[in-house]
Design a protein around this ligand. Structure first.
Ligand SMILES: Cc1ncc(COP(=O)(O)O)c(C=O)c1O
Length: 443
């Protein structure tokens, strides 16, 4: 039984029975989890009615704010008629409507939607489908993957194999063959002897060099477009993604784009791939913002060409893959409401305002001793603070006293609040955190 300094029955019960994700549970002996009673818009509210601004959108999901009335309405309306039906041998209106919408707003050529229920399973589907496609086309040796250094694609075995090997997943490396990793042109890692264009070309050449001799073994390249979120909010230019896309086409390798974190307006466009005109991914993986943080749902979009490879009189040629909650009607109804809000609330126009405000904040952080590499993409703002691990606890405690729920990642501090956050509220968060950092970072 966990020893605990707490007089909250909820915390005690939670820690008596539960095991939290990505958590050293012993740490909770001295730092118990915060019991959240309810959520409201951009806020998490604890049992004592303290309100905390959700600066990371509850793991990057919430787009329109918690409990948005239109989404709650869609959920309760759908729940009255149908909560669930298996999605094999049946269909339903919410899934047909949602797929039509997703096909309309994603890049041209993506016109088939396969549903799963979280980001990892959206990627797993793409990995398996890519290999199965090539097998059907006579390329059965094409069963390796290439991915970007510092990428993160989830925690299932396939996803770990295409993710960066880190202290968290190293112990499982014998279970999944790691993908070939290629370098990423991140501004702050640029070698002195290269300019940024040279660095981009160098990284693309590593990929093309590998493909020249190994493309007959490679099924797909898997990338997070423009932003490697869990890898430390590393941002790379659209030009690099464009080059990778062209190389994939030239070498008959699929491009799997993981928009699990970047999708749904975060980067200022609907999808990060929209920053690269004419990019044609073979798979586009969506989750998180798809339901604005309301229900677990994921979708992997792919092309007619890939779909057709499985379309046959023979059952054995089908794509033999699926999950119990594929295309859950509640999730689909909520996703439809989420997409409608982009239009009624003019969400992307609002993100442009958030982005303009953040654009003015770089100097303020760069002036703080110990803060490096401020960076921004749409509504996302991040910085590197090498000494962050040593000030983590104090920073989060000071943040909470000021009404902010912060969750730094290693030496990276970032803000990724719901897109519905008012500009003034976001500005207050940024200014207050700058003050806290000035106060607690050693000079
Ligand atoms: C880019 C990316 N892909 C995949 C995943 C995995 O998603 P999930 O945690 O829903 O399995 C994440 C999770 O953070 C992610 O950021």
């Amino acid at each position: 039984m966990t020893k605990l300094k707490s007089n909250s029955p909820l915390i005690e019960k939670d820690l008596a029975y539960n095991w939290h994700p990505f958590t050293q549970m012993k740490h909770h002996e001295t730092h118990p989890p915060i019991p959240i009673k309810r959520t409201d818009g951009c806020y998490l509210i604890d049992m004592d009615n303290n309100r905390y601004l959700d600066t990371i959108s509850s793991w990057w999901c919430t787009i329109h704010g918690h409990n948005h009335p239109a989404i709650v309405h869609a959920l309760s309306t759908q729940a009255k008629t149908m909560c669930h039906t298996l999605y094999a041998g049946t269909t339903h209106q919410p899934v047909a409507d949602l797929s039509e919408k997703l096909v309309a707003i994603t890049p041209k050529g993506l016109n088939r939607v396969f549903y799963t229920d979280n980001g990892s399973t959206a990627i797993e589907m793409a990995l398996k489908c890519s290999v199965a496609y090539f097998k059907r086309k006579g390329y059965s040796q094409k069963n390796r993957f290439v991915s970007l250094e510092h990428g993160y694609h989830g925690d299932t075995l396939g996803c770990m194999s295409v993710s960066h090997v880190s202290e968290f997943n190293q112990e499982f490396s014998a279970l999944a063959t790691p993908a070939i990793k290629i370098p990423v042109p991140i501004e702050c890692n640029k070698p002195d002897q290269l300019n940024m264009n040279g660095f981009i070309t160098y990284c693309a050449n590593v990929f093309s060099g590998f493909l020249k001799s190994n493309n007959n073994e490679v099924a797909a390249l898997v990338v997070e477009p423009l932003l490697q979120a869990a890898g430390g909010f590393r941002m790379y230019p659209p030009q690099f993604l464009d080059m990778l896309g062209n190389l994939c086409t030239n070498y008959n390798v699929h491009l799997i784009v993981d928009e699990v974190a970047t999708g749904f307006g975060r980067t200022g466009r609907h999808f990060a791939v929209d920053h690269v005109p004419n990019l044609s991914p073979d798979f586009l993986c969506l989750s998180k913002g798809l339901t604005s943080g309301t229900l677990p749902l994921a979708a992997t979009l792919t092309t007619q060409k890939i779909y057709d490879a499985f379309y046959d009189d023979s059952k054995s040629n089908m794509f033999a893959h699926g999950h119990t909650y594929c295309a859950n009607p509640l999730g689909c109804a909520v996703a439809l409401a989420t997409l409608s809000l982009f239009e009624t609330d003019r969400t992307l126009d609002h993100v442009a305002k958030l982005s303009a405000m953040l654009d003015r904040k770089h100097d303020q952080f760069n002036a703080i001793h110990g803060v490096l590499n401020t960076r921004q993409l749409g509504s996302i703002f991040a910085m590197t603070i090498p000494s962050l691990p040593s000030i983590h606890t104090e920073l989060c405690a000071r943040g909470r006293s000021a009404g902010f729920w912060l969750r730094p990642l290693g030496d990276t501090l970032y803000f990724m609040p719901p897109l519905s956050i008012p500009v003034k509220t976001y500005e207050h968060l940024v200014d207050t955190v700058a003050e806290i950092l000035t106060d607690i970072l050693p000079t």
